[in-house]
Each structure stands twice: as structure tokens, then as C-alpha cells.
Design a protein around this ligand. Structure first.
Ligand code: SF4
Length: 356
């Protein structure tokens, strides 16, 4: 069962409570470069990204938020370290949320100014604890980086905001260690009801990060922990969004995107199935309709093994069989297998969209 959390609003997107688990990402462009940032955010929007975060390193970047927001439609979060003036400027430029740790801002009056501006504009603050940058006090107190130190650091930051009567808070506790992340999120989940932003940070290059993140984020979501998700990949951020939906679909939490069922191939396979499966995957990957598509290596076992697929193809010697829900509908020459399959998928898409 999903953990009960309070709802905070990032622009028009509700995070926490019964809202769907929100998919977010972060741009890797120079935020000051408005056209490049807008272009990337639009690609992310198309991939289904629901909240975008941008790094705000200076005043020019904070000011750019205003222009970026004019050209995008998803809420934007300003990611700031230390400098409260950048927070104020980002809020004035229309940011829909902040990621800043009040403990890093310094003087109380500076924190109070940021909190007052957030309250005025009704925007939330994410407290983001990162195991790699835990402050020295915590390390001295707990002796090492551990879940207790991470949670205590988050609690201190939460307390600063709560003392000012501010509760539009999200929390993240990231580490590049999956096990530490799991422990830390489980611990904070028992202590507060703020929505949790979950992810495994600095998880590595794409393949490695996909394994780490899927394991860490997947286990948390399976336990009902997590209200918004970010996959951190050393890759194009569009891949992060795709990966997040793939995981949410696998866990049957959300239904965006096509599932690809393909066999591992064996000695019975007489076509270049790996190539075909990759071609199909490359084409359907960005299609949002929740269909199951199968690409199987032989006509004897393929249609039956992929019976749950809405549509599929199984390769024989020089030909392929198109099948729907395990029933063979058509025989096609090998060279036309890809096109025929894509045509069939299009037909199903059209039919389901006309049926509303
Ligand atoms: Fe082998 Fe055919 Fe099964 Fe693929 S579908 S693994 S080729 S038996």
C-alpha cells in the first residue's frame, strides 16, 4: 500500500497524496542559454516529463527562468545551492518550486525571506540531502555516512521550515548506494508525511544507472514509498523520463508507453531477431499508448509464448507470422516484417483513439 503523504503543488502538478507518482527530470543545458534549454524541455515534455528542474548558478540563469517558462508548459523547479538571492530571483522569475536546503542558506533572516516569498507565491521547497555532501557536523556526530545521519540532516532542514510555519515541503535523501538509499528513505518515511522525491544519485552511465535506479526506485515504489521519481543517468535526460515510465509500468503503477516482449532467441531462431527487435523498439519507444508488442524468434513457439501481446511478429525462414493475442492473422515476407508490424500497431492505435 502506498504511504500516506500530504499533497504539495508544483504549479499545476500535485505531488503526494493520491496523485499519480510524478515523473521528473533535470536539464543539462546551460540554463542561461534559453533556446537550448527550451528545446530540451520540450523534448522532455514530449517524452512525458511532468516537472522539470534547472540548475540556477547565477543571476542570469535565475532571470532566464522567466523566458524559459514562456515557452514550456510543465512546471519548473529552480535548483539552488547556498545563495538565497538566487532563490528570491528565481521565485520572482516564476519558478514553480525550489530545491534548496535551508541549512545551507545561512542567516535566519535570509531563510525567512525565501520562505516568505515561497509562501506568497505558493511554491514548495524540496529539501535534498545527498550522502556525498553531508555536513561535517553530521559526520562527526554519527561517525560515518549512514541512514541516521542523512535523516537527521533532513530533519534539521525540515525543522527550520516548520519553525517558520512552512509545510509545503518535499524531501529527498539521495545516495549512489542503493542499500543506503533504501534504508534512508524507509526511515524518513516513518518520521514525516511530506511527499518523497526518490532516486539514486550519481548512478553512473546509462546501463549501470538503469540497473541501480530500477532496483532502488523500484523497491521503494513497491513498498509504497515515493511520490515523484527521477532517474539520474549520465545520458540524455529524455532517457531518464523513458526509464521512469518503463519502471512505473512494470510495477503497474502507471500505464504510459508500449511494452516490448521479445524472446532471448535460441537455436530455433532463423532471422536476425536482435536487429528486428531493436528496430521495433527504436520506433515504438516514444509512443505513449499502453500496448504490448511482441517480437519473437520462431513461428513454432513465438505466437504462443507471447500470447499476452496485443500484436506481435514471429520470424520463420524467409517469412514472419503476424499474430494478435496469440492468434495468427497474416504471413509476411521477411523483408516486410518490420513495416507490417508497425502498420498493424498504427491500425490498433487509430482504432483505439477513434473509440475514444
Ligand atoms: Fe527460441 Fe522460438 Fe522461444 Fe525465441 S520464441 S526463445 S526462438 S523457442
Amino acid at each position: 500500500m502506498r504511504r500516506k503523504s500530504r499533497v504539495v503543488w508544483v504549479g499545476k502538478v500535485g505531488v503526494g497524496g493520491d496523485n499519480p507518482v510524478v515523473v521528473q527530470s533535470m536539464t543539462n543545458t546551460d540554463t542561461r542559454n534559453v533556446p537550448a534549454t527550451v528545446e530540451q524541455v520540450r523534448r522532455l515534455e514530449q517524452a512525458g516529463c511532468e516537472i522539470i528542474r534547472v540548475a540556477v548558478l547565477d543571476e542570469e540563469a535565475a532571470a532566464a527562468i522567466k523566458k524559459i517558462k514562456q515557452s514550456i508548459s510543465i512546471p519548473l523547479i529552480a535548483d539552488i545551492h547556498f545563495d538565497y538571492r538566487l532563490a528570491l530571483k528565481s521565485i520572482a522569475a516564476g519558478a514553480d518550486g525550489l530545491r534548496i536546503n535551508p541549512g545551507n542558506i545561512g542567516d535566519k533572516h535570509k531563510v525567512a525571506e525565501v520562505v516568505a516569498a515561497c509562501r506568497d507565491q505558493r511554491i514548495p521547497i524540496r529539501i535534498g540531502v545527498n550522502s556525498g555532501s553531508l555536513d561535517k557536523r553530521m559526520l562527526e556526530r554519527f561517525g560515518s555516512v549512514c541512514k541516521e545521519a542523512m535523516v537527521e540532516s533532513a530533519m534539521e532542514n525540515i525543522m527550520v521550515l516548520e519553525d517558520m510555519g512552512f509545510r509545503d515541503i518535499k524531501v529527498s535523501l539521495k545516495s549512489s548506494s542503493v542499500l543506503l538509499s533504501l534504508d534512508a528513505y524507509r526511515l524518513i518515511a516513518e518520521k514525516v508525511d511530506y511527499p518523497l522525491h526518490i532516486g539514486i544519485t550519481e548512478a553512473g552511465t546509462k546501463d549501470r544507472a538503469l540497473i541501480k535506479s530500477s532496483l532502488g526506485i523500484g523497491m521503494l515504489l513497491y513498498e509504497g514509498i515515493g511520490d515523484t521519481v527521477r532517474f539520474s543517468l549520465t545520458a540524455d535526460p529524455v532517457e531518464e523520463v523513458w526509464a521512469a515510465y518503463e519502471l512505473l509500468r512494470v510495477l503497474e503503477i502507471r500505464q504510459r508507453g508500449m511494452e516490448l516482449i521479445s524472446c532471448p532467441t535460441c537455436g530455433r531462431c532463423e532471422i536476425d531477431l536482435i536487429k528486428l527487435a531493436e528496430q521495433v523498439d527504436g520506433t515504438i519507444r516514444s509512443w505513449p499508448e499502453p500496448l504490448k508488442v511482441a517480437v519473437m524468434g520462431c513461428v513454432v513457439n513465438g505466437p504462443g509464448e507471447a500470447r499476452e501481446a496485443d500484436i506481435g511478429i514471429a520470424g520463420g525462414r524467409g517469412f514472419g507470422l503476424l499474430f494478435r493475442k496469440g492468434e495468427i492473422v497474416k504471413k509476411v515476407p521477411e523483408a516486410e516484417m518490420l513495416d507490417e508490424l508497425l502498420k498493424e500497431i498504427e491500425a490498433i492505435k487509430q482504432k483505439s483513439s477513434s473509440e475514444g
